[in-house]
Design a protein around this ligand. Structure first.
Ligand code: AMP
Length: 216
């Protein structure tokens, strides 16, 4: 059975990690607006240049841009999507609902990944990623087996995100509480919300998500 789900939670809650796991285990497709925007900025397009500064400050880019990115992806067709980092505002949530309706798709669940702020700071400031395959590491909790070499693909292209520092993180958290956290109530009211403990071990979080999706 094909499903479409949203992973909702503050920066560092583990959305990307769980999205990759769901891709592997259920054959779903991860749609991360953060990844799309990072790709746009490194491709040097006009849009990329415009969003780079906003992202580095930790602010949200405009609804128009991210809704446009998602609209393009959904127009390519397919089914079985994990929305990771989208929607982040009520306007984006309404736009997603309309896009899904237009394409005859349903939203099956919104997984709310609950974590506390102190844990987010620890997680984000130690985070680094493989530029080749996207595997996510952490200085303390998940270092690479060989320093500087990705365990998953052997690449040495390991790097930190420009916005993974304490200053940007403060802004990203404020943006989350001001603009994104109202989506918790929004999706609760629509009967879609499924909270999981984002601070549990990676496999335990995966098991809680699987339980929430049980039968879907
Ligand atoms: P992420 O990789 O999801 O943490 O996103 C990194 C940054 O990209 C965010 O801090 C925002 O600047 C921008 N961004 C990603 N997704 C969205 C979105 N749905 N709406 C607005 N800005 C976004």
């Amino acid at each position: 059975m094909t499903i479409n789900i949203i992973l909702l939670g503050p920066p560092g809650a583990g959305k990307g990690t769980q999205a990759r796991k769901l891709e592997e285990e259920r054959g779903l497709v991860q749609l991360s607006t953060g990844d799309m925007l990072r790709a746009a900025r490194s491709s040097g397009t006009e849009m990329g240049r415009r969003v780079a500064e906003v992202m580095d400050r930790g602010e949200l880019v405009t609804d128009e841009i991210v809704i446009g990115l998602i609209r393009e992806k959904l127009a390519e067709g397919g089914n079985g999507f994990i929305f990771d980092g989208f929607p982040r505002t009520l306007a984006q949530a309404d736009a997603l609902g309309a896009l899904l309706d237009e394409t005859g798709m349903t939203l099956d669940a919104v997984i709310e990944m609950q974590v506390d702020d102190a844990a987010l700071v620890r997680r984000i400031t130690g985070r680094f990623t493989c530029g080749n395959c996207g595997e996510v590491y952490h200085d303390e909790t998940k270092p690479t087996a060989k320093p500087g070499v990705c365990d998953a693909c052997g690449s040495t292209d390991l790097g930190r995100r420009a916005d993974d520092n304490e200053d940007s993180l403060k802004t990203r958290l404020l943006e989350y509480y001001k603009k994104t956290s109202p989506l918790i109530g929004y999706y609760y009211a629509k009967g879609k919300l499924a909270p999981v403990d984002g601070l549990a071990a990676m496999d335990e979080v995966g098991a809680q998500i699987a339980a929430a999706l049980n039968g879907k």
